[in-house]
Structures are given as structure tokens and as C-alpha cells.
Design a protein around this ligand. Structure first.
Ligand code: SAH
Ligand code: DHB
Ligand code: MG
Length: 227
């Protein structure tokens, strides 16, 4: 299925750049974080700057003190999230790749956020299971951004680590138009579509998706409030 994209005078890039130029200041630490990700050959899939800013606003609006992030990469979104926390706030962030976690740790330290961020290395599903087993305190906000086919499982675990009023945010829920009508063998698109269906019909969730445009094209984030 082809979506009508860029069917206007300015492209997605221009829209993204316009918002950046209005609301974003130069930020040496975040720029260095992006450079470190490029230099170390990690995938360049950090949230884009306007979305990082949006996430930080969600943290402040919800007065979150405990955040869970699934998928750290180089720590770019972690820095946005951690900066929005109060002094006594905590971000627990999960990353499978030890070398990515090393890069993230250095970037988070550079950002002065070391005290607030707890990077846990390993498979997210395994870590989540052990967190549930050890009855870890609920999180106020959970940001899902790791392995796309596992999103539905992340959701179920996140629900076990939540309280009424907690927020679940998920990145890349419209990462491609294929999400709308996934092909049978497309694990990523069908994983995301199943996640989207799950949050839509879950009796404990009040959820929606915000479609987004950026330099990276079309995408969307899901927002769900636990009843
Ligand atoms: N949130 C980051 C981007 C995360 S990219 C940011 O915006 O800055 C997705 C990350 O999830 C990658 O670093 C990848 O290594 C990690 N990941 C993928 N599968 C995982 C798994 N099963 N367990 C833990 N981390 C995983
Ligand atoms: C991919 C993952 C992401 O989290 C993202 O924001 C963009 C792309 C990916 O795995 O391709
Ligand atoms: Mg993402």
C-alpha cells in the first residue's frame, strides 16, 4: 500500500527542521552522543531531537520519578529522559549489547546523569522477568524502543511493572506503511501491528498513536495510560 507522503510543498525534513529551529538549542553533549554513535559504527536509530524533547516533556508533565527504558543504544534518549527527572529520580535502561552500553555509559556520564541512570545489560525479556520476580517498585513511565517483534511481550511485562496512572510510550509504531497491512513473513511490521492492536483493545489501557513526520520519514509513537 502506498501512502500519500510529502504531498505538500515542503518535505518531512523541512517540517522537522522548522520545529528544531524554533524549539531546540545547540547541545554539545547530545551532539557528541550522536557523533559517538556514528564513530563506533552503531546503528543511527536514536530518537530524533524533537522526539527526545517531547519525551522529556512527558516526564515532566507526569512528574515521573522512576522511568524504565527498553533499548539504550548510545544513551541519547536516556539523556533526554534523565535530564527531565527530579534530583531523586531514576532511569533504569536495558541494553543487550555490552559495547553499546559502554558507549551509553560514557555519554550519560558526560551529560552529568550518571547518578540517575542504571544501565542493565542483557536480554530485555530476561531482565524484565527477573525484575517482576524480585517485585521491583512500579515505574511511572516506560519507554519501549528495543526489538520490534517483542513489543507485545514488553507490553505485558511493562504492565506487571506498572501502577494505575503509569504511562507506556512506544517508539516506531508506524515505522513503515507495512505496519498497516503487514506481509505474512514480515516479523517487524506484524510484531508492531500486533502491539498496536493489543494496546487498542487492552481493558487496562487508554491508548492512542501519534503519527509523526521527521527527517527519517513517517513514523509514530504510541502513548498508553494504565487505568
Ligand atoms: N532508545 C535509544 C534507541 C534504541 S535502539 C535512543 O533513542 O537513543 C534499540 C536498542 O535496543 C539497540 O541498542 C539494541 O541493541 C537494543 N536491543 C535490541 N534487542 C534487545 C533485547 N532483546 N534486549 C535488550 N536490548 C535490545
Ligand atoms: C529501528 C529501531 C528503532 O528503535 C528505530 O527508532 C528505528 C529503526 C530498527 O531496528 O531498524
Ligand atoms: Mg526507536
Amino acid at each position: 500500500m502506498r501512502l500519500m507522503s510529502n504531498n505538500f510543498e515542503y518535505g518531512y525534513d523541512a517540517v522537522d527542521t522548522y520545529v528544531e529551529s524554533l524549539f531546540l538549542k545547540n547541545d554539545a553533549v547530545l551532539e557528541k552522543t550522536i557523533t559517538s554513535i556514528q564513530k563506533s559504527g552503531m546503528p543511527q536509530i536514536s530518537v530524533y531531537p524533537n522526539l527526545g524533547h517531547f519525551l522529556s516533556l512527558l516526564v515532566k508533565i507526569s512528574k515521573s520519578k522512576r522511568i524504565l527504558e527498553i533499548g539504550t543504544l548510545g544513551g541519547y534518549s536516556a539523556i533526554w529522559l534523565a535530564r527531565a527527572l527530579p534530583e531523586d529520580g531514576t532511569l533504569v535502561t536495558l541494553e543487550r549489547q555490552e559495547n553499546y552500553a559502554d558507549t551509553a555509559r560514557a555519554n550519560i556520564e558526560e551529560a552529568g546523569m550518571k547518578e540517575k541512570v542504571d544501565i542493565r545489560i542483557g536480554d530485555a525479556l530476561a531482565i524484565l522477568k527477573s525484575m517482576i520476580k524480585s517485585e521491583e517498585a512500579p515505574f511511572d513511565l516506560m519507554f519501549l524502543d528495543a526489538h520490534k517483534p517483542s513489543y507485545k511481550q514488553y507490553l505485558n511485562h511493562a504492565l506487571s511493572l506498572s501502577r494505575p496512572g503509569s504511562i507506556i510510550v512506544a517508539d516506531n509504531v508506524i515505522f513503515s506503511e507495512d505496519v498497516i497491512e503487514p506481509k505474512e513473513n514480515d516479523e517487524m511490521a506484524s510484531g508492531i501491528h500486533q502491539f498496536n492492536q493489543a494496546i487498542a483493545k487492552h481493558p487496562k489501557l487508554d491508548a492512542t498513536i501519534l503519527p509523526l513526520v521527521s527527517k527519517k520519514g513517517l513514523d509514530g509513537i504510541a502513548l498508553a495510560l494504565i487505568k
